[in-house]
Design a protein around this ligand. Sequence first.
Ligand code: NAD
Length: 502
Amino acid sequence: MTTTETTSAAADTALQSVDPATGAVIATYTVADEAAVRAAVAKARTAADTWGSLSFDDRRRYLLRWSSRLVADSKEFCELIHKENGKPVDDAFLELMLALEHITWAAKNAGKLLSPKKISPGALMANFSARLEQRPLGVVGVIGPWNYPVYTPNGSIAYALAAGNTVVFKPSEYSTGIGNFLADAFKKANPDLPEGVFETVNGFGATGAALVGSGVDKIAFTGSTKTGKRIMADAAATLTPVLLECGGKDAVIVAADADVKAAADAVAWGATANSGQTCAGVERVYVDRSVRDEFVAEVKRILSEVKPGSDDKASYGPMTMPSQIDIVRRHIDDALAHGGTAVLGGPDSIKGPFIEPVVLLDVDENSEAVAEETFGPTVTIRTVDGVDEAVELANKSVYGLSSAVFSKSHGLAIARRLRVGATSVNSVLAFAAIAGLPFGGVGDSGIGRIHGEPGLREFTRPHSIAEQKFTIPGMALLSYARTDSTMGLLRKMVPFLYGRHK
Ligand code: NAD
Protein backbone atom coordinates (compact mmCIF):
# COMPACT_ATOMS: atom_id res chain seq x y z
CA MET A 1 0.00 0.00 0.00
CA THR A 2 1.23 3.51 -0.82
CA THR A 3 -0.30 6.89 -0.18
CA THR A 4 0.52 8.33 -3.59
CA GLU A 5 -2.27 9.31 -5.96
CA THR A 6 -3.00 7.10 -8.94
CA THR A 7 -3.18 8.21 -12.55
CA SER A 8 -6.23 7.30 -14.62
CA ALA A 9 -4.12 4.84 -16.63
CA ALA A 10 -3.51 2.93 -13.42
CA ALA A 11 -7.14 3.17 -12.30
CA ASP A 12 -7.91 -0.48 -12.97
CA THR A 13 -4.81 -1.68 -11.13
CA ALA A 14 -4.99 0.69 -8.16
CA LEU A 15 -7.81 1.61 -5.82
CA GLN A 16 -7.97 4.88 -3.94
CA SER A 17 -9.62 4.96 -0.58
CA VAL A 18 -11.26 8.36 -0.06
CA ASP A 19 -12.67 10.28 2.92
CA PRO A 20 -16.31 10.79 1.84
CA ALA A 21 -16.67 14.02 3.84
CA THR A 22 -13.74 15.80 2.17
CA GLY A 23 -12.82 13.77 -0.91
CA ALA A 24 -9.21 13.51 0.36
CA VAL A 25 -7.33 10.36 -0.63
CA ILE A 26 -6.56 8.25 2.44
CA ALA A 27 -4.61 5.39 0.85
CA THR A 28 -4.06 3.53 -2.40
CA TYR A 29 -4.28 -0.24 -2.75
CA THR A 30 -3.22 -2.61 -5.50
CA VAL A 31 -6.22 -4.15 -7.22
CA ALA A 32 -6.20 -7.95 -7.16
CA ASP A 33 -6.58 -9.34 -10.68
CA GLU A 34 -7.81 -12.85 -11.48
CA ALA A 35 -4.38 -14.41 -10.88
CA ALA A 36 -4.02 -12.69 -7.50
CA VAL A 37 -7.49 -13.84 -6.48
CA ARG A 38 -6.69 -17.42 -7.47
CA ALA A 39 -3.43 -17.24 -5.51
CA ALA A 40 -5.28 -16.03 -2.40
CA VAL A 41 -7.85 -18.83 -2.76
CA ALA A 42 -5.05 -21.40 -3.19
CA LYS A 43 -3.42 -20.13 0.01
CA ALA A 44 -6.75 -20.35 1.82
CA ARG A 45 -7.26 -23.88 0.47
CA THR A 46 -3.94 -25.03 1.92
CA ALA A 47 -4.74 -23.40 5.27
CA ALA A 48 -8.19 -25.03 5.25
CA ASP A 49 -6.58 -28.41 6.01
CA THR A 50 -5.07 -27.08 9.25
CA TRP A 51 -7.93 -24.80 10.28
CA GLY A 52 -10.66 -27.30 9.37
CA SER A 53 -9.09 -30.09 11.40
CA LEU A 54 -8.75 -28.06 14.60
CA SER A 55 -11.23 -28.76 17.38
CA PHE A 56 -14.10 -26.33 17.97
CA ASP A 57 -12.38 -25.35 21.24
CA ASP A 58 -9.17 -24.45 19.43
CA ARG A 59 -10.97 -22.37 16.84
CA ARG A 60 -12.94 -20.69 19.60
CA ARG A 61 -9.66 -19.66 21.27
CA TYR A 62 -8.31 -18.15 18.04
CA LEU A 63 -11.53 -16.27 17.33
CA LEU A 64 -11.73 -14.88 20.86
CA ARG A 65 -8.10 -13.72 20.62
CA TRP A 66 -9.08 -11.87 17.44
CA SER A 67 -11.97 -10.23 19.31
CA SER A 68 -9.59 -9.13 22.10
CA ARG A 69 -7.15 -7.71 19.54
CA LEU A 70 -9.97 -5.67 17.97
CA VAL A 71 -10.92 -4.36 21.42
CA ALA A 72 -7.31 -3.40 22.12
CA ASP A 73 -7.07 -1.57 18.76
CA SER A 74 -10.61 -0.16 18.89
CA LYS A 75 -9.64 3.52 19.10
CA GLU A 76 -7.46 3.34 16.00
CA PHE A 77 -10.04 1.16 14.22
CA CYS A 78 -12.99 3.46 14.98
CA GLU A 79 -11.04 6.47 13.75
CA LEU A 80 -10.32 4.64 10.49
CA ILE A 81 -14.00 3.67 10.16
CA HIS A 82 -14.98 7.33 10.72
CA LYS A 83 -12.46 8.52 8.14
CA GLU A 84 -13.06 5.99 5.39
CA ASN A 85 -16.80 5.48 5.85
CA GLY A 86 -17.89 8.86 7.23
CA LYS A 87 -19.97 7.66 10.21
CA PRO A 88 -19.43 9.33 13.61
CA VAL A 89 -16.80 7.71 15.85
CA ASP A 90 -19.47 6.67 18.39
CA ASP A 91 -21.46 4.92 15.65
CA ALA A 92 -18.26 3.20 14.53
CA PHE A 93 -17.79 1.97 18.10
CA LEU A 94 -21.39 0.68 18.25
CA GLU A 95 -20.86 -1.15 14.96
CA LEU A 96 -17.65 -2.72 16.24
CA MET A 97 -19.40 -3.74 19.46
CA LEU A 98 -22.10 -5.56 17.45
CA ALA A 99 -19.46 -7.31 15.33
CA LEU A 100 -17.64 -8.43 18.51
CA GLU A 101 -20.91 -9.85 19.84
CA HIS A 102 -21.26 -11.93 16.67
CA ILE A 103 -17.63 -13.12 16.66
CA THR A 104 -18.02 -14.21 20.29
CA TRP A 105 -21.38 -15.89 19.70
CA ALA A 106 -20.13 -17.84 16.68
CA ALA A 107 -16.94 -18.83 18.53
CA LYS A 108 -18.81 -20.02 21.62
CA ASN A 109 -21.74 -21.77 19.93
CA ALA A 110 -20.21 -23.54 16.94
CA GLY A 111 -19.12 -26.58 18.99
CA LYS A 112 -22.51 -27.03 20.64
CA LEU A 113 -24.51 -26.56 17.43
CA LEU A 114 -22.31 -28.29 14.86
CA SER A 115 -20.96 -31.29 16.77
CA PRO A 116 -21.96 -34.74 15.43
CA LYS A 117 -25.45 -35.88 16.44
CA LYS A 118 -26.94 -39.35 16.76
CA ILE A 119 -30.08 -39.81 14.68
CA SER A 120 -32.73 -42.46 15.29
CA PRO A 121 -32.45 -45.04 12.49
CA GLY A 122 -36.15 -46.01 12.55
CA ALA A 123 -37.76 -49.42 13.04
CA LEU A 124 -36.80 -50.91 9.66
CA MET A 125 -33.12 -49.94 10.03
CA ALA A 126 -32.81 -50.71 13.74
CA ASN A 127 -29.56 -52.61 13.17
CA PHE A 128 -27.84 -49.37 12.07
CA SER A 129 -26.44 -46.47 14.01
CA ALA A 130 -27.03 -43.16 12.25
CA ARG A 131 -24.98 -39.99 12.65
CA LEU A 132 -25.26 -36.51 11.25
CA GLU A 133 -21.94 -34.65 11.07
CA GLN A 134 -21.48 -31.05 9.90
CA ARG A 135 -18.33 -30.55 7.85
CA PRO A 136 -16.81 -27.24 6.83
CA LEU A 137 -17.23 -26.39 3.15
CA GLY A 138 -13.55 -25.50 2.65
CA VAL A 139 -12.89 -21.95 1.40
CA VAL A 140 -15.63 -19.33 1.63
CA GLY A 141 -15.45 -16.19 -0.52
CA VAL A 142 -17.02 -13.20 1.24
CA ILE A 143 -17.96 -10.08 -0.74
CA GLY A 144 -18.95 -7.12 1.42
CA PRO A 145 -20.69 -3.74 1.21
CA TRP A 146 -19.48 -0.44 2.67
CA ASN A 147 -22.40 0.71 4.82
CA TYR A 148 -21.59 -1.43 7.88
CA PRO A 149 -18.12 -2.50 6.78
CA VAL A 150 -17.27 -4.36 10.02
CA TYR A 151 -20.58 -5.70 11.27
CA THR A 152 -22.09 -6.86 7.99
CA PRO A 153 -19.29 -8.98 6.48
CA ASN A 154 -18.65 -10.46 9.93
CA GLY A 155 -22.07 -12.06 9.78
CA SER A 156 -20.37 -14.33 7.24
CA ILE A 157 -16.65 -14.18 8.13
CA ALA A 158 -16.90 -15.04 11.84
CA TYR A 159 -19.52 -17.75 11.31
CA ALA A 160 -17.64 -19.32 8.36
CA LEU A 161 -14.41 -19.40 10.40
CA ALA A 162 -16.13 -20.79 13.49
CA ALA A 163 -17.60 -23.59 11.34
CA GLY A 164 -14.06 -24.54 10.22
CA ASN A 165 -13.74 -22.79 6.84
CA THR A 166 -11.03 -20.43 5.72
CA VAL A 167 -12.11 -17.11 4.23
CA VAL A 168 -11.08 -14.90 1.33
CA PHE A 169 -12.74 -11.50 1.81
CA LYS A 170 -13.25 -8.85 -0.86
CA PRO A 171 -14.19 -5.69 1.01
CA SER A 172 -16.18 -2.96 -0.77
CA GLU A 173 -14.03 -0.55 -2.75
CA TYR A 174 -15.43 2.12 -0.37
CA SER A 175 -14.14 0.37 2.76
CA THR A 176 -10.93 -1.37 1.71
CA GLY A 177 -8.84 -0.05 4.60
CA ILE A 178 -11.46 -1.19 7.14
CA GLY A 179 -11.64 -4.69 5.61
CA ASN A 180 -7.87 -5.06 5.70
CA PHE A 181 -7.70 -3.80 9.30
CA LEU A 182 -10.09 -6.60 10.27
CA ALA A 183 -7.99 -9.31 8.59
CA ASP A 184 -4.69 -7.85 9.87
CA ALA A 185 -6.07 -7.92 13.43
CA PHE A 186 -6.85 -11.65 12.99
CA LYS A 187 -3.25 -12.29 11.87
CA LYS A 188 -1.76 -10.15 14.64
CA ALA A 189 -3.85 -11.96 17.24
CA ASN A 190 -2.89 -15.39 15.92
CA PRO A 191 0.73 -15.37 14.70
CA ASP A 192 1.01 -19.13 15.20
CA LEU A 193 -1.60 -19.92 12.53
CA PRO A 194 -0.53 -20.62 8.95
CA GLU A 195 -1.11 -17.87 6.39
CA GLY A 196 -4.39 -18.08 4.53
CA VAL A 197 -6.96 -18.65 7.27
CA PHE A 198 -8.42 -15.17 6.67
CA GLU A 199 -7.17 -13.33 3.58
CA THR A 200 -8.37 -10.22 1.80
CA VAL A 201 -8.34 -9.39 -1.90
CA ASN A 202 -8.85 -5.72 -2.76
CA GLY A 203 -10.59 -4.22 -5.73
CA PHE A 204 -13.78 -3.25 -7.52
CA GLY A 205 -16.57 -5.43 -8.93
CA ALA A 206 -14.18 -7.29 -11.26
CA THR A 207 -12.19 -8.58 -8.26
CA GLY A 208 -15.45 -9.76 -6.69
CA ALA A 209 -16.40 -11.46 -9.98
CA ALA A 210 -12.99 -13.18 -10.05
CA LEU A 211 -13.64 -14.49 -6.53
CA VAL A 212 -17.04 -15.85 -7.63
CA GLY A 213 -15.33 -17.76 -10.47
CA SER A 214 -12.29 -18.87 -8.49
CA GLY A 215 -13.56 -22.27 -7.35
CA VAL A 216 -14.35 -21.27 -3.74
CA ASP A 217 -16.83 -23.57 -2.01
CA LYS A 218 -19.41 -20.87 -1.31
CA ILE A 219 -19.91 -17.17 -1.95
CA ALA A 220 -21.39 -15.10 0.87
CA PHE A 221 -22.41 -11.79 -0.62
CA THR A 222 -23.84 -8.69 1.01
CA GLY A 223 -24.75 -5.77 -1.22
CA SER A 224 -27.33 -4.57 -3.71
CA THR A 225 -29.97 -6.83 -5.24
CA LYS A 226 -28.68 -5.98 -8.73
CA THR A 227 -25.18 -7.27 -7.92
CA GLY A 228 -26.62 -10.24 -6.00
CA LYS A 229 -28.54 -11.39 -9.09
CA ARG A 230 -25.44 -11.03 -11.23
CA ILE A 231 -23.37 -13.06 -8.74
CA MET A 232 -25.97 -15.83 -8.61
CA ALA A 233 -25.96 -16.05 -12.42
CA ASP A 234 -22.14 -16.11 -12.53
CA ALA A 235 -21.95 -18.70 -9.74
CA ALA A 236 -24.30 -20.98 -11.69
CA ALA A 237 -21.48 -21.72 -14.15
CA THR A 238 -19.59 -23.65 -11.45
CA LEU A 239 -22.63 -24.52 -9.27
CA THR A 240 -20.98 -22.54 -6.50
CA PRO A 241 -23.60 -22.08 -3.76
CA VAL A 242 -24.47 -18.52 -2.81
CA LEU A 243 -25.71 -16.74 0.29
CA LEU A 244 -27.18 -13.39 -0.75
CA GLU A 245 -27.89 -10.58 1.73
CA CYS A 246 -29.34 -7.85 -0.47
CA GLY A 247 -31.34 -4.66 -0.29
CA GLY A 248 -34.53 -3.77 1.56
CA LYS A 249 -37.43 -1.34 1.69
CA ASP A 250 -38.38 -1.92 5.28
CA ALA A 251 -41.77 -0.89 6.55
CA VAL A 252 -42.88 0.13 10.03
CA ILE A 253 -46.50 -0.23 11.11
CA VAL A 254 -47.75 2.20 13.76
CA ALA A 255 -51.08 0.85 14.99
CA ALA A 256 -53.86 2.84 16.66
CA ASP A 257 -52.81 1.50 20.09
CA ALA A 258 -49.10 2.30 19.65
CA ASP A 259 -47.01 4.27 22.12
CA VAL A 260 -46.79 7.10 19.60
CA LYS A 261 -43.84 8.90 21.17
CA ALA A 262 -41.77 5.70 21.33
CA ALA A 263 -42.69 4.87 17.72
CA ALA A 264 -41.70 8.34 16.52
CA ASP A 265 -38.41 8.19 18.39
CA ALA A 266 -37.52 4.80 16.87
CA VAL A 267 -38.63 5.77 13.35
CA ALA A 268 -36.67 9.04 13.45
CA TRP A 269 -33.49 7.16 14.35
CA GLY A 270 -34.13 4.08 12.19
CA ALA A 271 -34.74 6.18 9.07
CA THR A 272 -31.77 8.53 9.32
CA ALA A 273 -28.99 6.93 11.41
CA ASN A 274 -25.92 6.14 9.30
CA SER A 275 -27.38 8.68 6.83
CA GLY A 276 -30.12 6.16 6.07
CA GLN A 277 -27.56 3.79 4.56
CA THR A 278 -28.84 0.77 6.46
CA CYS A 279 -30.16 -2.29 4.62
CA ALA A 280 -32.73 -2.85 7.37
CA GLY A 281 -33.29 0.86 8.04
CA VAL A 282 -36.76 2.39 8.11
CA GLU A 283 -37.82 3.48 4.62
CA ARG A 284 -41.65 3.39 4.79
CA VAL A 285 -44.11 3.97 7.62
CA TYR A 286 -47.81 3.04 7.66
CA VAL A 287 -49.52 4.91 10.50
CA ASP A 288 -53.11 4.60 11.66
CA ARG A 289 -55.17 7.69 10.86
CA SER A 290 -56.22 8.09 14.52
CA VAL A 291 -52.61 8.74 15.63
CA ARG A 292 -51.19 10.13 12.38
CA ASP A 293 -51.04 13.83 13.30
CA GLU A 294 -49.41 13.23 16.68
CA PHE A 295 -46.92 10.77 15.16
CA VAL A 296 -45.91 13.01 12.24
CA ALA A 297 -45.52 16.04 14.53
CA GLU A 298 -43.27 14.07 16.88
CA VAL A 299 -41.08 12.65 14.07
CA LYS A 300 -40.74 16.18 12.68
CA ARG A 301 -39.88 17.62 16.10
CA ILE A 302 -37.12 15.05 16.68
CA LEU A 303 -35.61 15.21 13.19
CA SER A 304 -35.58 19.03 13.16
CA GLU A 305 -32.76 18.74 15.70
CA VAL A 306 -30.85 16.02 13.85
CA LYS A 307 -27.93 17.26 11.74
CA PRO A 308 -25.40 15.46 9.54
CA GLY A 309 -21.72 16.40 9.60
CA SER A 310 -18.28 15.06 10.26
CA ASP A 311 -17.63 16.78 13.60
CA ASP A 312 -18.16 15.38 17.13
CA LYS A 313 -21.69 16.76 17.35
CA ALA A 314 -22.97 15.30 14.07
CA SER A 315 -25.90 12.88 14.37
CA TYR A 316 -24.74 11.04 11.27
CA GLY A 317 -22.14 11.43 8.54
CA PRO A 318 -22.02 12.07 4.81
CA MET A 319 -23.31 9.78 2.08
CA THR A 320 -20.44 7.31 1.69
CA MET A 321 -20.94 6.61 -2.01
CA PRO A 322 -21.29 9.81 -4.10
CA SER A 323 -23.54 8.17 -6.74
CA GLN A 324 -26.17 7.42 -4.07
CA ILE A 325 -26.87 11.16 -3.67
CA ASP A 326 -28.48 11.28 -7.13
CA ILE A 327 -30.76 8.37 -6.24
CA VAL A 328 -31.93 10.13 -3.07
CA ARG A 329 -32.57 13.34 -5.08
CA ARG A 330 -34.52 11.42 -7.72
CA HIS A 331 -36.68 9.75 -5.05
CA ILE A 332 -37.49 13.05 -3.29
CA ASP A 333 -38.42 14.66 -6.63
CA ASP A 334 -40.54 11.69 -7.65
CA ALA A 335 -42.34 11.62 -4.29
CA LEU A 336 -43.25 15.30 -4.60
CA ALA A 337 -44.35 14.78 -8.21
CA HIS A 338 -46.59 11.91 -7.08
CA GLY A 339 -48.80 13.63 -4.54
CA GLY A 340 -46.42 13.60 -1.58
CA THR A 341 -45.91 16.51 0.81
CA ALA A 342 -42.53 17.22 2.37
CA VAL A 343 -43.32 17.85 6.03
CA LEU A 344 -39.61 18.23 6.79
CA GLY A 345 -36.86 19.14 4.32
CA GLY A 346 -37.04 18.52 0.59
CA PRO A 347 -34.73 18.74 -2.43
CA ASP A 348 -32.75 21.53 -0.70
CA SER A 349 -31.84 19.17 2.12
CA ILE A 350 -29.08 17.77 -0.10
CA LYS A 351 -25.96 19.75 0.78
CA GLY A 352 -22.90 18.29 -0.90
CA PRO A 353 -22.16 14.87 0.54
CA PHE A 354 -24.48 15.61 3.50
CA ILE A 355 -28.24 15.14 3.35
CA GLU A 356 -30.46 16.53 6.12
CA PRO A 357 -33.50 14.45 7.16
CA VAL A 358 -36.45 14.49 4.77
CA VAL A 359 -39.97 13.36 5.80
CA LEU A 360 -42.47 12.76 3.00
CA LEU A 361 -46.18 12.34 3.73
CA ASP A 362 -48.78 10.37 1.75
CA VAL A 363 -46.70 9.72 -1.32
CA ASP A 364 -48.27 7.58 -4.08
CA GLU A 365 -47.37 3.94 -3.39
CA ASN A 366 -46.13 3.52 -6.98
CA SER A 367 -43.59 6.35 -6.77
CA GLU A 368 -39.88 5.49 -6.74
CA ALA A 369 -39.60 6.81 -3.18
CA VAL A 370 -41.93 4.03 -1.98
CA ALA A 371 -41.14 1.24 -4.46
CA GLU A 372 -37.31 1.38 -4.64
CA GLU A 373 -34.61 1.26 -1.98
CA THR A 374 -33.61 4.89 -1.28
CA PHE A 375 -30.68 4.29 1.08
CA GLY A 376 -30.66 7.86 2.33
CA PRO A 377 -31.94 9.82 5.38
CA THR A 378 -35.49 10.09 4.07
CA VAL A 379 -38.73 8.38 5.09
CA THR A 380 -42.20 8.13 3.60
CA ILE A 381 -45.18 8.10 5.96
CA ARG A 382 -48.57 6.95 4.72
CA THR A 383 -51.88 7.26 6.51
CA VAL A 384 -53.85 4.00 6.70
CA ASP A 385 -57.25 2.99 8.03
CA GLY A 386 -56.43 0.03 10.23
CA VAL A 387 -53.96 -2.82 10.48
CA ASP A 388 -55.24 -4.79 7.47
CA GLU A 389 -54.44 -1.94 5.09
CA ALA A 390 -51.03 -1.41 6.75
CA VAL A 391 -50.12 -5.10 6.41
CA GLU A 392 -51.27 -5.25 2.81
CA LEU A 393 -49.18 -2.22 1.81
CA ALA A 394 -46.15 -3.31 3.84
CA ASN A 395 -46.20 -6.70 2.08
CA LYS A 396 -46.56 -5.20 -1.40
CA SER A 397 -42.81 -4.64 -1.84
CA VAL A 398 -40.56 -6.84 -3.99
CA TYR A 399 -38.22 -6.73 -0.98
CA GLY A 400 -38.76 -8.56 2.29
CA LEU A 401 -35.78 -7.97 4.57
CA SER A 402 -37.18 -6.81 7.88
CA SER A 403 -39.85 -4.64 9.48
CA ALA A 404 -41.14 -3.19 12.73
CA VAL A 405 -44.50 -2.98 14.45
CA PHE A 406 -45.63 -0.57 17.16
CA SER A 407 -48.71 -1.74 19.03
CA LYS A 408 -49.31 -2.09 22.78
CA SER A 409 -51.43 -5.23 22.55
CA HIS A 410 -51.28 -6.76 19.05
CA GLY A 411 -47.59 -6.43 18.15
CA LEU A 412 -46.84 -10.15 17.81
CA ALA A 413 -50.02 -10.90 15.89
CA ILE A 414 -49.26 -8.12 13.39
CA ALA A 415 -45.60 -9.19 13.12
CA ARG A 416 -46.62 -12.73 12.13
CA ARG A 417 -48.50 -11.40 9.09
CA LEU A 418 -45.45 -9.72 7.54
CA ARG A 419 -43.56 -11.29 4.62
CA VAL A 420 -40.02 -10.61 5.86
CA GLY A 421 -37.06 -12.33 7.50
CA ALA A 422 -37.20 -10.39 10.78
CA THR A 423 -39.47 -8.04 12.73
CA SER A 424 -38.93 -5.83 15.78
CA VAL A 425 -41.95 -5.23 17.96
CA ASN A 426 -42.07 -1.85 19.73
CA SER A 427 -38.50 -1.16 18.55
CA VAL A 428 -36.55 -1.01 15.30
CA LEU A 429 -33.61 -3.15 14.18
CA ALA A 430 -33.42 -5.01 17.51
CA PHE A 431 -33.15 -8.47 15.87
CA ALA A 432 -29.82 -7.46 14.25
CA ALA A 433 -28.21 -7.04 17.67
CA ILE A 434 -29.31 -10.45 18.99
CA ALA A 435 -26.63 -12.81 17.74
CA GLY A 436 -28.71 -15.96 18.19
CA LEU A 437 -31.41 -14.70 15.78
CA PRO A 438 -30.87 -15.42 12.07
CA PHE A 439 -30.88 -12.48 9.69
CA GLY A 440 -31.78 -12.41 5.99
CA GLY A 441 -34.64 -11.74 3.66
CA VAL A 442 -37.12 -13.06 1.16
CA GLY A 443 -37.82 -11.97 -2.42
CA ASP A 444 -35.38 -9.37 -3.73
CA SER A 445 -33.80 -9.12 -0.26
CA GLY A 446 -31.88 -12.33 -0.80
CA ILE A 447 -31.37 -16.01 -0.11
CA GLY A 448 -30.09 -17.70 3.03
CA ARG A 449 -29.38 -16.52 6.56
CA ILE A 450 -26.48 -15.07 8.49
CA HIS A 451 -26.27 -15.09 12.34
CA GLY A 452 -27.54 -17.67 14.81
CA GLU A 453 -27.66 -21.41 14.24
CA PRO A 454 -28.84 -21.16 10.59
CA GLY A 455 -25.95 -18.73 10.01
CA LEU A 456 -23.44 -21.37 11.16
CA ARG A 457 -25.10 -24.10 9.12
CA GLU A 458 -24.82 -21.96 5.96
CA PHE A 459 -21.10 -22.71 6.08
CA THR A 460 -21.26 -26.47 6.57
CA ARG A 461 -22.33 -29.45 4.55
CA PRO A 462 -24.31 -32.12 6.36
CA HIS A 463 -22.61 -35.52 6.13
CA SER A 464 -24.92 -38.43 6.94
CA ILE A 465 -23.30 -41.66 8.10
CA ALA A 466 -25.19 -44.93 8.56
CA GLU A 467 -23.16 -47.72 10.16
CA GLN A 468 -24.41 -51.31 10.23
CA LYS A 469 -23.88 -52.58 13.78
CA PHE A 470 -25.20 -56.11 13.35
CA THR A 471 -27.27 -58.13 10.89
CA ILE A 472 -30.83 -59.27 11.56
CA PRO A 473 -31.33 -62.75 10.23
CA GLY A 474 -33.98 -62.79 7.52
CA MET A 475 -34.03 -58.97 7.20
CA ALA A 476 -31.40 -58.39 4.48
CA LEU A 477 -33.23 -55.47 2.83
CA LEU A 478 -30.25 -54.09 0.93
CA SER A 479 -29.17 -57.35 -0.65
CA TYR A 480 -30.13 -59.87 -3.36
CA ALA A 481 -30.15 -62.33 -0.46
CA ARG A 482 -33.58 -60.93 0.49
CA THR A 483 -36.05 -63.79 0.85
CA ASP A 484 -39.80 -64.23 0.28
CA SER A 485 -40.27 -64.56 4.03
CA THR A 486 -38.59 -61.13 4.50
CA MET A 487 -41.12 -59.65 2.08
CA GLY A 488 -43.93 -61.45 3.90
CA LEU A 489 -42.76 -59.97 7.20
CA LEU A 490 -42.52 -56.48 5.67
CA ARG A 491 -46.05 -56.72 4.29
CA LYS A 492 -47.25 -57.42 7.84
CA MET A 493 -45.15 -54.65 9.39
CA VAL A 494 -45.99 -51.83 6.95
CA PRO A 495 -49.71 -51.53 7.82
CA PHE A 496 -48.77 -51.60 11.51
CA LEU A 497 -46.05 -48.93 11.09
CA TYR A 498 -47.71 -46.58 8.61
CA GLY A 499 -51.35 -47.52 8.10
CA ARG A 500 -53.08 -47.18 11.45
CA HIS A 501 -54.18 -43.55 11.33
CA LYS A 502 -57.75 -42.66 10.42
P1 NAD B 1 -22.92 -3.28 -4.31
O1 NAD B 1 -23.80 -4.37 -4.80
O2 NAD B 1 -22.66 -2.14 -5.20
O3 NAD B 1 -21.48 -3.86 -3.92
C1 NAD B 1 -21.31 -4.88 -2.96
C2 NAD B 1 -20.01 -5.61 -3.23
O4 NAD B 1 -20.13 -6.33 -4.46
C3 NAD B 1 -18.80 -4.70 -3.37
O5 NAD B 1 -17.72 -5.29 -2.69
C4 NAD B 1 -18.56 -4.69 -4.88
O6 NAD B 1 -17.24 -4.44 -5.23
C5 NAD B 1 -18.96 -6.11 -5.25
N1 NAD B 1 -19.32 -6.32 -6.64
C6 NAD B 1 -19.80 -5.42 -7.54
N2 NAD B 1 -20.02 -6.02 -8.74
C7 NAD B 1 -19.68 -7.32 -8.59
C8 NAD B 1 -19.70 -8.46 -9.47
N3 NAD B 1 -20.13 -8.38 -10.71
N4 NAD B 1 -19.30 -9.64 -8.97
C9 NAD B 1 -18.89 -9.75 -7.69
N5 NAD B 1 -18.83 -8.72 -6.82
C10 NAD B 1 -19.23 -7.52 -7.27
O7 NAD B 1 -23.55 -2.83 -2.92
P2 NAD B 1 -23.06 -1.64 -1.95
O8 NAD B 1 -23.44 -0.36 -2.58
O9 NAD B 1 -21.66 -1.86 -1.53
O10 NAD B 1 -23.96 -1.89 -0.65
C11 NAD B 1 -25.22 -1.33 -0.49
C12 NAD B 1 -26.29 -2.37 -0.69
O11 NAD B 1 -26.06 -3.45 0.20
C13 NAD B 1 -27.68 -1.87 -0.37
O12 NAD B 1 -28.59 -2.35 -1.33
C14 NAD B 1 -27.97 -2.51 0.98
O13 NAD B 1 -29.34 -2.68 1.25
C15 NAD B 1 -27.26 -3.80 0.85
N6 NAD B 1 -26.94 -4.37 2.17
C16 NAD B 1 -27.60 -5.49 2.57
C17 NAD B 1 -27.36 -6.03 3.82
C18 NAD B 1 -28.08 -7.28 4.28
O14 NAD B 1 -27.62 -7.89 5.23
N7 NAD B 1 -29.17 -7.69 3.65
C19 NAD B 1 -26.42 -5.43 4.66
C20 NAD B 1 -25.76 -4.31 4.23
C21 NAD B 1 -26.03 -3.79 2.97
